[in-house]
Design a binder for this molecule. Sequence first.
Ligand SMILES: Nc1ncnc2c1ncn2[C@@H]1O[C@H](COP(=O)(O)OP(=O)(O)OP(=O)(O)O)[C@@H](O)[C@H]1O
Length: 857
Amino acid sequence: MSVVFQHMMDQPLGSTDESRAMSLMGADIEMLAEYLYSVACETWANVLQLALATWLLETEVGAVCIAPILVVVAFTTCAFAMENTVSSRQRDWLQATEKRITFTNSIMGSIRNVKFLGISEIMSSKIEGLRKEELEIPKKFRRIQSIRVCMINAPLAIEELFVKYPDIAFCDDTPWLSNASIRSNIIGENPSTGFDPEWYRTVVNACALDIDLMKMPAGDQTLVGSKGSKLSGGQRQRIAIARAVYARRRVACFDDVLSGLDNSTARTVFNNVFGSTGLLRRLSCSVFLATHSTFFLPQADLIMILGENGQVFTQGNYSQVQDKLGDVFQRNDSQPIQVDGAEDDIIVPTVDHLTPISDTASPIKSKPPTSNELSVYKDYFSALGWPRIAVLIFVLCVEAGTSAFRYVWVSMWSSSDDSTSRLGYWLGLYGMLSVMQTVSLVIAVLAPMSFLSSPDTGSLITRFSQDMRLVDMILPRAFIWIGFQFFGAIAQGATTIVSLPCLAATLPLLFGVLYSIQKVLSSNVLSAPITRVAGLTVLLVGLSIPFRSHMDPGLLGIVLVMMMNLGLVLSELIQNWTLLETSLGAISRIKDFAEQTPHEEIRAPQTQETTKWLVNGEIKFLDTSIAWNSSDPNPLLKGINLQIGAGQKFGLCGRTGSGKSTLALSLLRLNELVSGQILIDGQDISLLSRSSIRDQISCLSQEPFIFHGTVRENLDPWGKIPSAQIVDALQSVGIWSVLETHSSMEVLDAKLDESILSQGQKQLFCLARSLLKRSKILILDEPTSSLDPETEAKVQNVIREVFSGCTVIMVARRIHTLLDFDQVAVLKSGEVVEVGNPHDLLRKPDAEFTRLFALES
Ligand SMILES: Nc1ncnc2c1ncn2[C@@H]1O[C@H](COP(=O)(O)OP(=O)(O)OP(=O)(O)O)[C@@H](O)[C@H]1O
């Protein structure tokens, strides 16, 4: 596993398929371990057993003893001959697994976007479809864990790069956060690096996170959610910066990390972290900062301006490159503002708004399962379907019954007087019993996979992929083998008792011992007790010896064999029972997850929205208060009163964390309306279902959402739009030609290769999807904040031209992008402090909007 992991770490990003490596580390290595064990332990034992049995047989029947060896050789040869077929099936299975994992990963990583687009149900059925495809190939599966790494992304243009100190911190423009507390994310989870409270507070303060933490009831112990989904974009970015600074490395690389922050916060963080007296200077850390902005250049020791193809356009200190800035940056950014502010004001906070600091970040404990054992069995059986269970039990009974009766039949045959004269009768019935046993065995062995493809179980297991391996691989196997062993034990026990009734007295003792052992096995003490059971069986067989003179020797032989078998069968039964119980833990976790995770749609919608209710796109917020959690006593947004006319362009701006996205996303009912009303075309949206709202409103976020699939699937997940219309949409956003150049086949049905699109082109592609949705309202949550000014201008133009007839609500950090909007609202700490036409507001020198704009220009 470490070899695969190390290999992945050594590869340049994008050169290897992440999910392929995950399959290798998961399914392949697991299988290798399992099979190596059985090969190592069972091969020599089987060879020894065969040799011994042949020798014993030779003393009884002479040369015929060769027959079992021939059978073994024939079957081994067949097994080797089938190897090719098996490995190709295995490859198919792994590919199907990879496909599903890659798709699921991309969806799970973009749940926010999936909700914005109102395509949760479509994505869920796609995942289920992939899963069914995978289960068609009856092979094993295991869960794969996602591993993310931070690395420098750009290929090196020079031959070699020497770094004197290998300890480098890296911070990307797309922050990577694990689902842990804010503090854990900053200090990292490496136990060898001790926690330094003083340094931690200094870093938190420098990254302007103290103000945000103060507003959070759990302070720095607040869980950030999957990929930081419970934080604002700016908070996510500053936590990632804080992690790189906290690490105190000698070299640190920051890739456009300030673009996601509003101007005022960006300046504060720049001064505190990168400025002439910032933390990194104090640490004597060499810093690489990639940026689109010229604002911060005067403070850099060396500036390298790169041309379009990555070549060095010019380099030097600020005074040396100043003249060339105008040639590269077209906007009026070439006049950098003097980055002022309290550069020396990095103060260790005196107010302890951070939760009490312990020496280590507290780990997040997962809740133990609460479902009881019986209800878990009941749920599993109901998911499989009771009729199927009845059929399976019947098949298992037939298999066990025929298997045991075959021995009795042989004994009856050997002791009968007509054993040779009625050979056809004895042999024919024996053959029939063998066929019945084989057929029932095959049906029962094939059962688990067909069970798992039943829709109920499918939906049950896709809910909780973490336990997939147990549910998919171990549980069905344990379940079926328990069936064999249970019914086999009953049949063998019954045959023994019928043949030798006095042995019935010893059976309760045998079961009692086995039951106690099972309890011990639950505590993970494994194989030793099994051998004791075998010993007990031998004892019981020994006890039966004195009865030899009173019964038919053939029958006695069968009883001895059955008793020995019974011991083994029972011990295997115990092993599989233990496995079953472990796997049922997974079902229990799935059940708890499904039952305990609160559902978004708490109240049923009161209006039946069969028709299109959104016609004009007029929006009203009436004394609205909004929270992310309905039980939160302090709503994030308070007393919002806004009126947005149909077809208006409305901008939202303010400091990071002020609630801009929360306000915009309240239109999609992604958060909770605590009081007041939100009306769209006069319709109270709290009375509409969330899916209907998301179906009719378009939304575009900062991270373009593209999933593994064809161009058509990505643009029209609903599968309803004619090709000509899709091509039109791609042409209006200017992406059609890019896709056409890179595709050798029909563009719409080709797999969408994300790597051929730049970040800006991906946003344009997503705009085409919104266009096809033909919605009257478009919400834009900082769609251009991570783009360079030129691409940003292109995207903004498309928004203005193509969506001219729609109501557009745009959250923007770059104030200049809002200047031609009809209205803007400025938010501060969850309240709207200013609303008006941007030009009217700019005429007022003391307006908040004027101040924000001044910071930028
Ligand atoms: N899903 C969520 N669950 C809980 N709290 C959230 C969630 N999303 C955001 N918040 C909190 O709501 C507050 C406002 O976040 P919001 O994203 O609205 O800010 P913003 O003004 O858009 O900031 P930015 O400019 O940084 O994106 C933040 O303090 C954040 O922690």
